[in-house]
Design a protein around this ligand. Structure first.
Ligand code: GLY
Length: 375
């Protein structure tokens, strides 16, 4: 009992710390969406249209409004939500990130109708981006990495489009949208998962036959390496999809497979380096953002897993991972430091990253008992 109380106090303290950062970001009156932060000064690099990351800022505001009941956060969330409308039709599979966290979370936590409508519209548009030849949603011309590749390209980081579509399909009673989402998830497993559960970031396919031509990486160490966020996005995408589609048992099996790979391969101190195949020296960067995504996915898996023993293993792992992030990487300003965005291009290799903040906040708030498990 005393341990439970001590745990809750620990998570509440971390949450208070994170809320301080959310609040100080509001106070900066930014013109664009916060994207990459300087862990020392707290200054943000922003994006005018939200890139693929702006939804995480709105998501943090929905979470903050939910755990505090403070209208200031809710008003800020509604304000930033309006800026997402121009992205509803953007031709990028990464709208999964924008509209799950920017909009679905607002609909789930606050019953916000405007958020629900924008999420539904984005989901329907994602459904139209589905390519029946390859049986999934390719990157799309406006995706972050599409400039360097052609039409026949897909990424595991596109998997979170599936939960947005599944959520909308349930609300709209749209069986075709649901089928497309399930095919997107199933085909993602075929394209990116190795037999052992390790995940490769990207694949090229033949646009006339849909056949896989090669697997490779945009942001990882090598084409056959396991880039940390490839693994983490797969964990999250399959878990969220499984949470929405309990009868599709293949989804929870996929979630388990990629989560088990993570647990078998992370360093003993639980915070992953930026790529599992990168040689580890004193200078090798960690990626706290990928680790925070993984913690959130493990916690969700523990909430939906039918086997109580396995559920307990995933919950313990989620707690230990979040604790490692809080104790060693969350600074006194409430900033999650040591996220590694894009080391191949030398961009933000040891920074605060808005999605890392979001996933640590979500995990900490859930462990504190302040968030429902539905998010
Ligand atoms: N494109 C998603 C990521 O960089 O994690």
């Amino acid at each position: 009992m005393a341990t439970l109380e001590a745990d809750r106090t620990f998570w509440r303290q971390a949450q208070t710390n994170i809320l301080q950062r959310v609040s100080s970001t509001i106070d900066q009156n930014l013109n664009g969406f916060p994207h990459i932060g300087d862990p020392k000064t707290g200054e943000w690099v922003t994006t005018p249209d939200g890139f693929w990351t702006g939804g995480f800022w709105i998501g943090e505001l929905w979470l903050a409004a939910s755990v505090t009941g403070d209208d200031r956060y809710l008003e800020a969330a509604k304000h930033w939500l309006e800026k997402l409308e121009s992205r509803v039709e953007s031709k990028t599979v990464f709208r999964g990130f924008l509209f799950y966290y920017g909009a679905v979370v607002g609909a789930l936590l606050h019953g916000n109708q405007r958020a629900a409508v924008l999420a539904q519209r984005a989901a329907q548009s994602l459904g139209q981006q589905f390519d029946p030849v390859v049986n999934m949603i390719p990157l799309g011309k406006e995706a972050e990495e599409a400039h360097s590749v052609g039409d026949g390209e897909a990424n595991i980081d596109g998997l979170p489009a599936a939960p947005v579509m599944l959520w909308a399909a349930q609300r709209l009673g749209d069986a075709e949208l649901r089928q497309r989402a399930l095919k997107h998830a199933g085909r993602s497993a075929e394209l990116f998962l190795r037999d052992d559960g390790g995940v490769i970031q990207s694949a090229s396919f033949d646009t006339t036959t849909g056949k896989i031509i090669r697997r490779y990486t945009h942001k990882g160490y090598a084409d056959d390496s396991i880039w940390t966020r490839a693994q983490a996005w797969a964990m999250l995408g399959f878990v969220l999809s499984a949470q929405l589609e309990r009868s599709e048992t293949s989804l929870i099996q996929l979630a388990e497979k990629v989560c088990d790979w993570w647990l078998a391969n992370i360093p003993q101190d639980r915070v992953a380096y930026w790529d599992f195949s990168a040689p580890v020296t004193a200078d090798t960067k960690r990626d706290t953002s990928g680790t925070a995504i993984a913690a959130a996915a493990l916690l969700k898996l523990s909430q939906i897993h039918p086997d109580a023993n396995k559920a307990a293993v995933y919950r313990d792992a989620a707690q230990a991972t979040a604790r490692a992030l809080v104790e060693r990487h969350l600074n006194s300003r409430g900033i999650l430091a040591d996220g590694c965005f894009d080391p191949k291009n030398g961009t933000a290799v040891s920074n605060e990253l808005i999605w890392g903040d979001y996933f640590l906040f979500e995990t900490v708030a859930t462990l504190a008992g302040d968030l429902p498990s539905s998010v």
